[in-house]
Design a protein around this ligand. Structure first.
Ligand code: PPE
Length: 305
């Protein structure tokens, strides 16, 4: 990864190489952490963070589900995110705040351990490969399911959820695919290891509802709002696997993946195997907002200066 100079750790700017925690921190042993991932983009008016408010809000909600009291205010974390970008003199970057149970005792009960917070930023290019945004990716349906709703909350962006994500991702890579799509416990479409999924059939846009063990993605929400603004019907619902193979277009969304077209699933081409028209329209619209070329009518950008 491309190192930056500093990482924010509980109020201090720590040199990148010194940003360490104790081996016996609770999070290392029991996965007790929640985090966020988002991006800042270079615009004509300077660096702008995409949906800062919504990401910090989701961080607090993830922490709440796990009974973690974040020892910094909402405003403090927002301000510190801006500061760490400035401190590193980055014009565009990925942003990774993390709240974790630190070092005090071990044993499953996390209550004796402190809650610590870090915010890292670094330059991160396209998530699913160099030309993924244009040419799309080949994916498979995973043999792993997303967590059942009464096991671990999918809506919390929790560190431990990503053990499930890693199983999905590694299986896909081992079979020569770029990513896996997980089904939910009932066999309906859920999401990718690190992305939400959208399907387009006969000009109607579908995406799994939050009943299908998904992370409520902020890019997902952005795409829904943009699509509705363009006049499309968007249906959030339980979606059978059948639609994966019979859609005209399928794409992933995420802060890292942005809007990445899917060109085949289980070796079955989607549409004509190229980026679809609606996928392209949504990409163009989103990137125009991110690059400051179109008016930020939803109020999604926070300028760093
Ligand atoms: N589902 C999962 C499981 C997920 O990890 C992400 C983001 C999303 C959906 C999309 O959410 P949003 O970013 O709010 O639109 N995955 C993050 C982590 C990627 C990583 O490898 O780390 C991301 O995109 O930043």
């Amino acid at each position: 990864m491309k190192k930056a100079k500093y990482i924010w750790m509980d109020g201090k700017f720590v040199k990148w190489d010194d940003a360490k925690i104790h081996l016996l921190s609770h999070v290392v042993h029991y996965g007790s952490g929640v985090f966020e991932g988002f991006r800042a983009y270079k615009t004509k008016k300077g660096t702008a963070i995409f949906r800062l408010d919504d990401h910090i809000k989701r961080l607090f909600l993830s922490a709440k589900m796990y009974r973690m009291k974040i020892p910094h205010s909402y405003d403090k974390l927002k301000k510190s995110t801006i500061e760490i970008i400035k401190k590193n003199k980055l014009t565009s970057c990925y942003i990774r705040p993390i709240v974790y149970r630190g070092y005090e005792t071990l044993g499953v009960d996390p209550n004796p351990c402190p809650i610590n917070v870090g915010i890292a930023v670094w330059e991160w290019g396209s998530y699913l490969g160099k030309d993924a945004l244009d040419n799309g990716v080949d994916v498979m349906v995973s043999s792993w399911r997303r967590m059942a709703p009464d096991t671990m909350p999918a809506m919390a962006k929790a560190v431990a959820n990503y053990m499930n994500s890693q199983l999905i991702k590694m299986e896909a890579l081992a079979y020569g695919f770029t990513e896996g799509i997980a089904l939910d416990v009932l066999g309906y479409i859920s999401e990718g290891s690190g992305e939400n999924i959208f399907l387009v059939r006969d000009n109607i846009i579908y995406t799994p509802s939050f009943g299908s063990s998904i992370l409520l993605g902020i890019t997902r929400d952005s795409v829904i709002k943009i699509a509705k603004g363009l006049g499309y019907t968007v249906k959030e619902m339980r979606i059978p696997r059948d639609l994966l193979y019979t859609s005209d277009e399928v794409f992933f969304t995420g802060s890292a993946a942005e809007i990445t077209p899917i060109r085949s699933i289980d070796k079955i081409p989607i549409g004509d195997g190229k980026k679809g028209n609606i996928t392209k329209k949504l990409q163009d619209e989103l990137f125009a907002i991110l690059n400051g070329k179109k008016k930020d009518k939803f109020g999604w950008l926070t300028y760093v200066k």
